[in-house]
Design a protein around this ligand. Structure first.
Ligand SMILES: [Zn+2]
Length: 452
């Protein structure tokens, strides 16, 4: 019913020849190459044994700055990277605060989680042995990255002009629930939860040119696997290239959703990554051919830290792991014992969550870490009256964030991945409830009520 009314409203506006764009505000876009120079270690697969040898295409950081009044502003930054560490994220936030007066609540930084991007030292340093010169190369890259992202933000602010936003949605079937793949047989339908929604925000200037296109999707950028040693953005990188070819005056940004348990299918080659990317770009193009929903120009935002508990750990088990056969467990045990000996708290993690509401029409919920798709489906279900995209991989990517279901089922996302990421053990089974309590507070603070 609501859709029909919206459609009638658009027809009336078109008939009257009125502007169907949203309310304008200052919007600025910018992009900057963050392509590393090989030889440098790529990250995401423990099976790699040497640094990268070449580059397929550039990796990008891109920014959209929004300013509806001198006091109401926000910035979204996308990066073709596996994920930022807390230290790197905080470094950027501090500089954006001191240079441009932006607060942490106004800054959303998302990573595409490409597994063919440079290592952000020392994140995930437990997955291989790195020589000193390799460490120096990735540390130098990491330091340069912080400066580049701050410059990028400055450029987007400088580029601001009065523009409008509008919103649409598509669907694309690139992702499958990878937790079901192991159990499935040929001919069986893969039954795990998925979210094929493709939210699209279009930015238009006063001359009617498309200047920016933001695209979301919930699927790991792992089409290319650990036998690849060439820098590339996986399907999201190819999709952005294709969209910018079709809309040469626009900057295309990719925001990764709750892709923790979502893999592209099929996978295994660059050709397939390109194919998935073109499919996503074509979906975006189709949606942009039809009237979009105009967006308002108000901005509301909030950020919180949620205290997450790990399951109780046993010091004795780390002492055993340290002398065991498994190199990954040895490395984790060393980290844990060092932390215990220094008196650091390894029983909890302060987990960052954010919400950015643009106009009354759309809310971006941005959660840290490798969030599984259950969160996206639950948040959209519980706030069904609002158009929402739930991004994972935002601010920092420190480990997987399992739902209660995934935690009970066990497996990679719930348990074994925590060894590679260097955490004490799995999260306690309160993880989903605690995050949802935090999300309820965020939503209330941006003016959205939960459905009774
Ligand atoms: Zn991942």
């Amino acid at each position: 019913m609501r859709t029909t009314l919206n459609f009638l409203f658009l027809i009336i506006l078109f008939t009257l020849g009125l502007d169907v764009n949203g309310q304008d505000m200052f919007i600025g876009l910018a992009k900057k190459s963050i392509t590393p120079s090989p030889p440098i270690w790529l990250t995401g697969y423990a099976s790699r044994t040497t640094p990268a040898t070449g580059v397929v295409h550039d990796l990008w950081a891109k920014a959209i700055y929004l300013e509806s009044s001198p006091n109401e502003k926000a910035i979204i930054i996308s990066t073709d990277l596996l994920g930022l560490s807390r230290e790197v994220h905080q470094g950027i936030v501090q500089q954006l605060a001191s240079t441009f007066g932006l607060s942490e609540k106004q800054i959303v930084i998302n990573s595409s989680h490409t597994h063919s991007g440079p290592m952000i030292w020392p994140a995930l340093s437990g997955i291989a042995d790195y020589h000193l010169e390799d460490q120096r190369a990735v540390s130098t890259y990491t330091l340069g990255l912080i400066n580049k992202l701050v410059e990028l933000a400055g450029e987007s602010i400088n580029n601001k002009e009065k523009m409008t936003l509008s919103l649409g949605h598509g669907q694309v079937d690139i992702a499958i629930n990878r937790r079901q793949l192991a159990a499935s047989k040929i001919g069986q339908v893969l039954a795990g939860p998925i979210d094929h929604d493709v939210p699209i925000i279009q930015v238009k200037n006063r001359q009617g040119q498309v200047k920016g296109i933001l695209v979301g999707y919930a699927c790991h950028n792992t089409t290319v696997q650990g036998d690849n040693y060439l820098v590339n953005g996986d399907y999201a990188g190819f999709a952005q290239i294709e969209i910018e070819k079709k809309y040469p005056q626009a900057i295309a940004m990719f925001i990764l959703g709750c892709a923790g348990d979502q893999n592209p299918e099929p996978r295994g080659s660059l050709a397939l990554a390109e194919k998935h990317g073109k499919k996503l770009a074509e979906t975006v193009h189709q949606v942009l051919q039809n009237p979009l929903k105009p967006m308002g120009n108000s901005l509301r935002y909030d950020a919180q830290l949620v205290t997450l508990d790990f399951q109780k750990t046993d010091i004795n088990s780390y002492q055993k792991e340290l002398v065991g056969e498994d190199i990954f467990k040895q490395r984790r045990a060393k980290l844990m014992l060092e932390a215990i000996n220094k008196g650091w708290n390894i029983s909890q993690y302060q987990y960052p969550i954010q919400a950015l509401r643009i106009g009354k029409e759309f809310t971006l919920v941005a959660l840290a870490g490798e969030v599984v798709v259950d969160y996206s489906l639950r948040i959209k279900r519980e706030f069904a009256q609002q158009d929402i995209f739930v991004a994972g991989y935002s601010q920092e990517v420190m480990c997987y964030i399992p739902s209660k279901n995934v935690l009970q089922e066990g497996g990679y996302e719930a348990e074994s991945s925590m060894i590679y990421y260097g955490w004490p053990g799995p999260f306690a089974d309160t993880v989903e409830d605690k995050i949802m309590q935090g999300v309820y507070k965020l939503m209330k603070n941006v003016g959205i009520r939960r459905r009774p």
